[in-house]
Ligand binder design. Structure first.
Ligand code: BGC
Length: 447
């Protein structure tokens, strides 16, 4: 038997996002977001689902904080909905929106749970989308103003800030692949949006420093690990492009102040070049205090002329898959963390998301999600290997506390440690809840 021990002071938490759990979309003065709009376009979200009610956490958050207490976690990653705080994005501030989050944060603090706040988890105010959305620099300025509003309202209470969740999803998934709101399919547009997001991030970090806000700030990109099919140079190059789309495209600007040249060349060949204004790259590379990493899956890729955006194809090597169809690739977690630490040097890392979709439901009041426990166990071992190799990982947030609105998959896909019955909104902790709770409380587990 081996003991997988985490460092002293390691932070254990759960993660959620506003639109996925809150519901109450027309309450408390909230304005509409691009997801309210997107959900109403037929065919965009499975079963025509929307976030109108979700887990109703807007009303039931005390119960959710109770679940976190029961888990025994030390931290909670949540997001603030921009359209609750500034309903039209850049106009009047809505005190009711701020009050909701103040009550929530006070509840966390009273429970001894450290709040980690994400400023943007995809719910752009629709009024800003109507004016060009993230393709417009005015949205960047509006974001900085919104961030400043929230920094001032929570200074001293929230000590960990995350500017953006998964800029790859906000740009390429939403504006090139068309899968998420607003659903565009345009590579140039997506490249411009990716760039504007990085500028919004950098400007926000700069503002955070200027204001002297107490605490630390970072960003949470989603990464994957892409293993080349063979050692053939063209397979390696294809895998490099696929990985760099998630990792280097976003992290090189942040840590090195420039885009990776081989990728910029590749995109140029596809007719897409981000519009960079003077001073942008200095701003984007404003020093961050920590890096958030979201990791779920990995793949094996080989060169395939004409295949997709990168002349590549995924080879299904028979890895198990979660219920959403993503390969279970725990080794990639260790590899990508080591890759990031090697490439960018020492930076404190928090795993801001990791978790699995398994759609088990209650049987006689119990949810036996052994597969989720296995997934978490395998990933935590790989995380521990990365830490043992010197990667400075300070904490881990499982996605997610609750089953919730899984974006384009609606309510069909469940990532929670807690089952939610969407008819009654009853919460039932799954077996994985108790397993994860014991890991969090002991800071270790046995294998
Ligand atoms: C997102 C979450 C999402 C999860 C599972 C991440 O991409 O940040 O909002 O629910 O992965 O798909």
């Amino acid at each position: 038997m081996a003991i997988i021990q985490f460092p002293q002071g390691f932070i254990w938490g759960t993660a959620t996002a506003a639109y996925q759990i809150e519901g109450a979309v027309r309450e408390g003065g909230r304005g509409p977001s691009i997801w309210d709009t997107f959900c109403r376009i037929p065919g965009k979200v499975k079963n025509g689902d929307n976030g109108d009610t979700a887990c109703d956490s807007y009303h039931r958050y005390p119960e959710d904080i109770g679940l976190m207490k029961k888990l025994g976690i030390g931290a909670c990653r949540f997001s603030i909905a921009w359209p609750r705080v500034i309903p039209d994005g850049d106009g009047e501030i809505n005190p009711q929106g701020l009050k909701f989050y103040r009550d929530f944060v006070d509840g966390l603090l009273a429970a001894g749970i450290e709040p980690f706040c994400t400023l943007y988890h995809w719910d752009l105010p629709q009024a800003l989308q109507d004016k060009g959305g993230w393709a417009s620099r005015s949205t960047v300025d509006a974001f900085v103003r919104y961030a400043e509003t929230v920094f001032k309202a929570f200074d001293g209470k929230i000590k960990y800030w995350i500017t953006l969740n998964e800029p790859w999803c906000v740009s390429f998934l939403s504006n090139y692949l068309g899968v998420h709101a607003p659903g565009n399919r345009d590579l140039q547009l997506a490249a411009d949006i990716a760039h504007n997001l990085l500028v919004a991030h950098g400007k926000t970090v700069r503002r955070f420093r200027e204001l002297g806000v107490e605490g630390s700030i970072g960003i949470a990109p989603n990464v994957t690990w892409i293993e080349p099919y063979s050692t053939a140079p063209e397979d390696i190059a294809a895998a490099d492009r696929e990985r760099a789309w998630y990792v280097e495209w976003f992290m090189d600007p942040i840590f090195k102040g420039s885009y990776p040249e081989f990728m910029a060349d590749w995109f140029r060949g596809k007719g897409a070049t981000p519009k960079i204004e003077p001073g942008d790259m200095e701003c984007v590379s404003e020093k961050i205090d920590f890096l958030g990493i979201n990791y779920y899956t990995g793949n094996i890729v080989r060169h395939a002329p004409g295949g997709g955006l990168f002349d590549s194809e995924i080879v299904d090597a028979g890895h198990e898959r979660t219920d959403i169809g993503w390969p279970v690739y725990p080794e990639g977690f260790n590899r990508v963390l080591q890759f990031i630490a090697d490439r960018y040097g020492p930076v404190p890392i928090y795993i801001t998301e990791n978790g699995a979709c398994y759609n088990d439901g209650p049987e006689n009041g119990r949810v036996r999600d052994e597969t989720r426990i296995e997934y978490l166990r395998k990933h935590l071992i790989q995380l521990n290997r990365a830490i043992a190799s010197g990667v400075d990982v300070r904490g881990y947030f499982v996605w997610s506390l609750l089953d919730n609105f899984e974006w384009a998959e609606g309510y069909a896909m469940r990532f929670g440690l807690t089952h939610v019955d969407y008819r009654t909104l009853a919460r039932t902790p799954k077996d994985s809840f108790y397993w994860y709770g014991s890991v969090a409380q002991n800071n270790r587990f046995e294998v």
